[in-house]
Design a protein around this ligand. Structure first.
Ligand code: ATP
Ligand code: MG
Length: 448
């Protein structure tokens, strides 16, 4: 990808244009992080870019952005531009093609506004980005208040970059963020969701959420979470602090240092898993009670699942993510009863698509608790591995989804999944042994 983007820059330069890497990738390079993408800026106008580069898509030609496709990678190539006026606090009303310096000035933070010429190994820095990188400062380019008023999402971007990169706020940055948090209400749910996903997936997510709380941002976007602050827990089980402290600690258990050294099939934690950890105890505020001097939260998982669904729907998450988080929160107290279940019931749970994530919610929940006890987690993980290894050798499925649809004359849907799970369980407990028996069972039990 890197090499290809250098080739594009070479092509543009040979035709007499200025061309550089810009923004995020230059910052990441200086931080020693692998950039996600290599955005290119150039003095060439969109028509000229299209003429010089073989395969392009005019994704945002109006804004001076052309997408180049080369060697199976895509690159954004943007003409130097300045923005004039942001009447909706989001997108510029109009753009104007300008020079490199003005293009740097329209960007949000100094660390995000550097250019780099990979052919000459030269950084082009009009905004003091290199110095702020050294001092680890998140500083708005120009007047902080004006920049926040132009695009309010920059409030959340500041929190993200500061925590993600372990930096600090320039005093002006923090001051004007705090002053204008209310503008967050004007940003669309989709943009907030996207930025929160980046915050929750980045380094120092726990600290970032602490700051979202302290600045008052959280109260404007997920007020339900703020109720966990100061919410008491039974001291004999929870010495880490209140429910909020516990939640933050659980979230931090997904960081590299706190990862399980022997994880279940190693994979990057999903967005649903991260949100489930953040929201797992969200039901505790509404279910708090004191019974014979003991603090209880009866049904907090079920209540929490409903609240989680409401929050994520409001933030416009895809239905698949909402359903998964809802399921994880609803069942996050399952591990204790699960160890006592009969083998076939256990297997039924092990085969659920979200089981590995559910176990991970349990692990982070335990790590967020002081004193920490991971013995149950280790026990279940071992059993799960053992069973899954066995199940791989298991006899084939007794019936397929399509056959059930034909037998019952119904369309694809959740019901099929439920019937398949039911049959799987009967098969595991030896109550169904062959195809004939299974077809009869399906007809007897499910045919209306
Ligand atoms: P990452 O891709 O790692 O999330 P990034 O800094 O590359 O971070 P992008 O959203 O990819 O962020 O944007 C690329 C560049 O465009 C940024 O580095 C910045 O210079 C500029 N930019 C992005 N969003 C804004 C904004 N809201 N206001 C001003 N400039 C922005
Ligand atoms: Mg980027």
């Amino acid at each position: 990808m890197k090499v290809t983007s250098i080739e594009i820059i070479e092509t543009l330069k040979k035709a007499g244009h200025e061309a550089y890497w810009a923004g995020g990738c230059v910052r990441d390079m200086l931080l020693g992080i692998q950039p996600k993408d290599f955005d290119i800026v150039t003095s060439a106008k969109p028509d000229e870019i299209e003429r010089l580069i073989k395969r392009t898509i005019p994704i945002g030609k109006k804004f001076g952005v052309v997408l180049a496709i080369q060697n199976n990678h895509t690159f954004e190539i943007a003409t130097f531009r300045s923005d004039s006026g942001y009447s909706d606090g989001r997108r510029p009303d109009a753009i104007e093609f300008t020079d490199a310096k003005k293009d740097a000035m329209r960007r949000d933070f100094t660390i995000n506004a550097m250019f780099y010429d990979p052919l000459e190994d030269k950084i082009i820095d009009y905004v003091g980005g290199q110095k702020d990188m050294e001092d680890k400062l998140i500083r708005f380019i120009g007047n902080a208040e004006e920049r926040i008023k132009e695009d309010h999402l920059r409030i959340l971007r500041a929190v993200r970059f500061k925590n993600n990169f372990g930096m600090q706020y320039h005093p002006e940055t923090y001051r004007w963020i705090c002053k204008h948090v209310k503008l967050i209400k004007k940003i669309s749910a989709e943009r907030i969701q996207d930025e929160l996903n980046k915050i929750i997936s980045g380094k120092n997510a726990g600290k970032a959420f602490e700051e979202l709380f302290e600045t008052g941002i959280l109260n404007l976007i997920i007020p339900e979470l703020c109720k966990l602050k100061g919410l008491a827990q039974p001291l004999q089980y929870h010495q880490e602090g209140d429910v909020w402290d516990h939640t933050v600690k659980a979230l931090d258990a997904l960081t590299d240092e706190a990862m399980d050294p022997d994880p279940l099939p190693a994979k990057e934690p999903s967005i649903a898993l991260r949100w489930a950890i953040l929201l797992h105890d969200i039901g505790k505020y509404d279910t708090f009670s004191i019974d014979r001097k003991r603090i209880r939260y009866d049904q907090h998982a079920e209540v929490g699942a409903d609240i989680s669904k409401k929050i994520l729907t409001r933030l416009k998450f895809p239905k698949k993510t909402v359903d998964m988080v809802e399921w994880l929160v609803r069942h996050h107290m399952m591990m204790m009863p699960l160890v006592k279940m009969a083998d076939h019931r256990k297997r039924h749970w092990f085969l659920m698509p979200g089981f590995e994530d559910l176990l991970e919610v349990y692990r982070t929940d335990a790590l967020g608790t002081n004193p920490t006890d991971l013995s149950l987690y280790e026990e279940i993980k071992k059993e799960y591995r053992h069973e899954i290894a066995k199940l791989k050798l298991m006899p084939k499925q007794l019936i397929k989804g399509e056959d059930i649809m034909k037998l019952l004359n119904i369309k694809a849907g959740k019901k099929i999944g439920k019937i398949l799970a039911d049959i799987r369980e009967k098969q595991l407990s030896n109550k169904l042994k062959n195809k004939k028996e299974t077809r009869k069972y399906v007809l007897d039990k499910y045919k209306k």
